[in-house]
Design a protein around this ligand. Structure first.
Ligand code: ASP
Ligand code: MG
Length: 407
């Protein structure tokens, strides 16, 4: 008998038929003798619908009020699932975040969990076969309902698994695991049996939308074994593991992450003096714009340099505005922007020679006649920025070149 936390995403509880199918799956786990905490997302599309409703009433809606509104999505799905389980003859309980309680900070709309008191929950697990918990929501120390950001139910599940020292946290979704790359782009992408936390972090931050990134960080930090599986098909899914034991056996590249919506900005002729980078990036950071890659060229003649960085495309206009202002202050430097770029990364904890991987990667770009705009490396990845229109071509070519396809 194991203590398992299962999380079902929005598509898994999209309608009554699917909720019944989920209930059937949970019922099977109960009959196998497991103790279960089940976390659910809102029915798919519901959170968007509620957000739109709120915005239709108020132009600048209060984040605190919006949290009360959007958190109802999870309250509905958790109650429906509990009802379906009861109908199957199981003793179940349905709880909202605040009833546990899951205490968060007061950052409405993107609250972070501060504490989970599982005393009551552990008591309930003695008398009920499953406890269904509304994901995504918590309560601030002021007693207000909070939500944890889009995809936050993953974090609810992982945090509960950590607090309960569960044997496994299973994330049921509409894909049957983590793939070598997005199967919508590469037909013969392969499901990975396992992947390390570090690799998963790279894969999710770089655009594989399987798990909310914060939940992966949480799972890594608290050593929660995490498994991603499909709620529609049978299978073992992908285990996200902590150990690196078998790394020598692993292929050097585990997967290809990519991101089609980045933008890059360049300031030319920046004086090559101490403080220049800070002068440019300081205001960008103050505007809460997240910067990904940063490249500064070696100083040219007349002691100036070019400074380039990438941001998410949605932040492009704001970043450009800030740079234009700075350039004015610095005496009219040239600012160049390109909002149509993307990033492709080879990810693998078992990468032994970056130079080796990079040169094989660059050969693929050469053969495909794709121009590389920027390059960066870290211990477990090599990333390349190219024009957005070449991203899919690059991903396909790399997938073949690094033999990641199904055997
Ligand atoms: N319902 C929320 C969302 O759509 C949280 C979640 O699904 O995890 O983002
Ligand atoms: Mg980075």
């Amino acid at each position: 008998m194991a203590l398992v936390v299962q999380k079902y995403g929005g598509t898994s509880v999209a309608d009554i038929e699917r909720i019944q199918a989920v209930a059937k799956r949970i019922s099977r786990s109960i009959i196998e003798g497991h103790r279960l905490v089940v976390v659910v997302s809102a029915m798919s599309g519901e959170t968007d619908r509620l957000l739109a409703l709120g915005r239709s009433v108020s132009e600048v809606p209060s984040a605190q009020m919006m949290d009360i509104l959007v958190s109802t999505g999870e309250q509905v799905s958790s109650a429906l699932l509990a009802l379906a389980l009861q109908d199957r003859g199981h003793a179940v309980l349905s709880l909202c975040g605040w009833q546990i309680p899951i205490t968060t900070d007061a950052m409405h709309g993107k609250a972070r969990i501060e504490d989970i008191d599982v005393t009551r929950l552990e008591g309930f697990l003695e008398s009920y076969q499953a406890v269904v918990v509304a994901g995504f929501q918590g309560i601030s120390s002021e007693g207000r309902i909070t939500t944890m950001g889009r995809g936050g139910s993953d974090t609810t599940a992982v945090a509960l698994a950590a607090a309960l020292s569960a044997d496994e946290c299973q994330i049921y979704t509409d894909v049957d695991g983590v793939y070598t790359t997005d199967p919508r782009v590469v037909d013969n992408a392969r499901r990975l049996d396992s992947i390390t936390f570090e690799e998963m972090l790279e894969m999710s931050s770089l655009g594989s939308k399987v798990l909310q990134i914060r939940s992966v960080e949480f799972a890594g930090k608290y050593h929660v074994p995490l498994r991603v599986l499909s709620s529609f098909t049978e299978g073992v899914g992908t285990l996200i593991r902590l150990d690196k034991e078998d790394d020598m056996e692993q292929p050097e590249v585990s997967g290809i992450a990519f991101n089609c919506d980045e933008a890059k900005l360049t300031v030319r002729g920046v004086p090559d003096v101490p403080g220049a980078a800070y002068q440019i990036l300081g205001p960008i950071g103050e505007a809460s714009i997240e910067v990904d890659m940063i490249v500064q060229n070696i100083g040219a003649e007349n002691n100036t340099t070019d400074f380039t960085f990438t941001v998410h495309r949605r932040d492009f206009d704001q970043a450009l505005k800030i740079l234009l202002k700075i350039s004015e202050q610095l005496g009219g430097l040239e600012v160049i922007g390109d909002a149509n770029i993307g990033k492709v990364s080879l990810v693998g904890v078992a990468m032994r020679s970056h130079a080796g991987i990079a040169s094989r990667m660059f050969k693929v770009f050469a053969d495909e006649n794709i121009n590389i705009l920027m390059i960066s490396t870290s211990e477990i990845k090599v990333s390349v920025v190219v024009e957005q229109k070449y991203i899919e071509l690059a991903v396909r070519a790399l997938h073949t070149a690094f033999q990641l396809e199904k055997p």
